[in-house]
Design a protein around this ligand. Structure first.
Ligand SMILES: Cc1ncc(COP(=O)(O)O)c(C=O)c1O
Length: 397
C-alpha cells in the first residue's frame, strides 16, 4: 500500500453513505455514530447541502482570494451574526483555523499591547491540530514526539482549575486557548464556573479568549456554538468539521478591533473560502438555523446521554458517562478497542477518545429509534465482552 501508515484504520471500507447510514464494499450497513469524526453533523449527503454543492459546481468552483467572493461575504456575515463576533477568515481545516488564531493573537499582543514575545496558554489533554504550532498548543505529549524543535511561546494549565491558570498568567500572556468539551482528550466538558472565571480573567487583563469549536461547533453540543451554552463571549472562535459537513473547510471568527491587526498580506490561504466550500457552509447554516431544528435535535441528543447514563453507568467495568448534546464519552476500566471492534461487527460505528473512552458523535439528525438501537447494541455488546472477561476464558480484553 502506497500510503504513509499515519492512521490506525479499522478495516471497514465504506463506499456509500446517506443520513446516519454507511454501507461498505460487501454491502454491509452500519449506523454511523462517528459522523466522520464529528464532521457530517447533518448526516451523510444531506439533500440540501448536496443540492447547494451541485448547483455551485455548475457555477464557479474556485477563483482565489484575489477576487471578491459574494458567497464568502454572505457566510462571514451569517457567522458573525450567529456568534456575536464581527469578522471571519476562511481556511481549510481545524488546525489551520487554530494556526490562524495563534497568529492573530500573537500579532494583536505585539501590535496593540507591545508584548515582544507573546505567550499562549492552553490546557493539558487538549487537542488543537497537527501543524507545528497547533501540536505544540495541544496538551498531549503523544502528538509531539519526534517533532522537535517545537515553536516557543506555549504553556499548559490544568483543565477546570482556575487557580492553576491564574498562576500561569503573566504580563506577556497573549491568549488562552480553550476547548469547552475536550473531544480527543476524552470527552470532558469544562465546568461552568471555570469557564466563566476564565472569561473574567481574560477580560480583566486584555488577554484574548480563543475558544476552539472545531469539534463542538455547528450543532454538536446542541447549539450552533458551544460557547452559547456556557454563557460567555469569546474574542476568537475557531471552526471546521461540521461547518462543511464533509467538505473541507475551516474558519476563524474574531471580534471587532482584531481586523486591524490582520491587515492585507498578513495572513492568507489559496483555497480558503472558495465558492464550493462557501456554498456548502451556507446550506449547513440554513439547516442549523431552521426554526425549531436545534431545539428538537438537542432534546434527542440529551435523550441519548440519559439512556447511556441510566443503562451503561451501572454496568460493571464502566467508570462514567459524560458529555452533552450529541457528544458523549463512556469511560471504561479497560481499553476500548475490543468494544469498538465488536460494535462494528454488529453494525454500529463509534470512535475512541484516548485508550479507554468510547466516543459517540452521531449526526445531530439521528432519530430516536436509531439512538435507542445504538444504546441497546452498546449495552448488549458490553455485557457479552464483560462475560468473556469475568469468565477468564479470554484475557486482556
Ligand atoms: C478541538 C479540535 N481542534 C482542532 C482539530 C484539528 O482539526 P483538523 O483535523 O481539521 O485539522 C480537531 C480535530 O479533531 C479538534 O477536535
Amino acid at each position: 500500500m502506497a500510503l504513509f501508515p499515519t492512521y490506525k484504520r479499522n478495516g471497514i471500507r465504506p463506499i456509500q453513505a446517506e443520513g446516519v447510514k454507511v454501507k461498505d464494499e460487501q454491502g454491509k450497513e452500519y449506523l454511523d455514530f462517528t459522523s466522520g469524526l464529528g464532521v457530517c453533523n447533518l448526516g451523510h449527503a444531506h439533500p440540501q447541502v448536496k443540492k447547494a454543492l451541485q448547483q455551485q459546481m455548475d457555477a464557479v468552483w474556485h477563483v482565489s482570494n484575489l477576487f471578491e467572493i459574494p458567497l464568502q461575504e454572505r457566510v462571514a456575515e451569517r457567522l458573525a451574526q450567529l456568534s456575536g463576533l464581527d469578522f471571519a477568515f476562511f481556511c481549510n481545516s481545524g488546525a489551520e483555523a487554530n494556526e490562524a488564531a495563534i497568529k492573530l493573537a500573537r500579532r494583536y499582543a505585539q501590535v496593540v499591547r507591545g508584548i515582544k514575545a507573546p505567550q499562549i496558554i492552553s490546557f493539558h489533554s487538549s487537542f488543537h491540530g497537527r501543524t507545528l504550532a497547533t501540536l505544540t498548543a495541544t496538551g498531549q505529549e503523544k502528538v509531539k514526539t519526534g517533532f522537535d524543535p517545537l515553536p516557543p511561546g506555549f504553556h499548559y494549565a490544568t483543565f477546570n482549575d482556575i487557580d492553576d491558570l491564574q498562576a500561569r498568567i503573566g504580563t506577556d500572556t497573549a491568549a488562552v486557548l480553550l476547548e469547552l468539551v475536550q473531544g480527543e482528550g476524552g470527552v470532558r466538558p469544562a465546568d461552568m464556573a471555570f469557564v466563566q472565571a476564565v472569561e473574567a480573567e481574560c477580560r480583566q487583563r486584555d488577554i484574548l479568549l480563543i475558544v476552539d469549536e472545531v469539534q463542538t461547533g455547528m450543532g454538536r453540543t446542541g447549539d450552533v456554538f458551544a460557547f452559547q451554552r456556557w454563557g460567555i463571549q469569546p474574542d476568537i472562535v475557531t471552526l471546521a468539521k461540521g461547518l462543511g459537513n464533509g467538505f473541507p473547510i475551516g474558519a476563524l471568527l474574531g471580534r471587532g478591533g482584531l481586523e486591524k491587526v490582520f491587515s492585507a498580506g498578513s495572513h492568507g490561504s489559496t483555497f480558503g473560502g472558495n465558492p464550493l466550500a462557501m456554498a456548502v457552509a451556507d446550506a449547513v447554516l440554513d439547516c442549523l438555523t431552521t426554526p425549531g431544528f436545534l431545539t428538537e435535535s438537542r432534546a434527542l441528543g440529551e435523550h441519548l446521554g440519559q439512556l447511556l447514563q441510566t443503562r451503561l453507568e451501572p454496568l460493571p467495568g464502566i467508570r462514567s458517562v459524560r458529555g452533552l448534546g450529541w457528544m458523549w464519552g463512556v469511560e471504561l476500566e479497560r481499553p476500548v478497542a475490543p468494544l469498538l471492534h465488536a460494535l462494528a461487527q454488529k453494525g454500529l460505528l463509534a470512535t475512541p477518545a484516548g485508550e479507554k473512552v468510547l466516543r459517540l458523535l452521531p449526526p445531530v439528525v439521528t432519530t430516536k429509534a436509531q439512538v435507542e438501537q445504538a444504546v441497546n447494541l452498546i449495552e448488549e455488546t458490553w455485557l457479552e465482552l464483560e462475560e468473556v472477561v469475568t469468565d477468564g476464558s479470554v484475557s486482556g480484553v
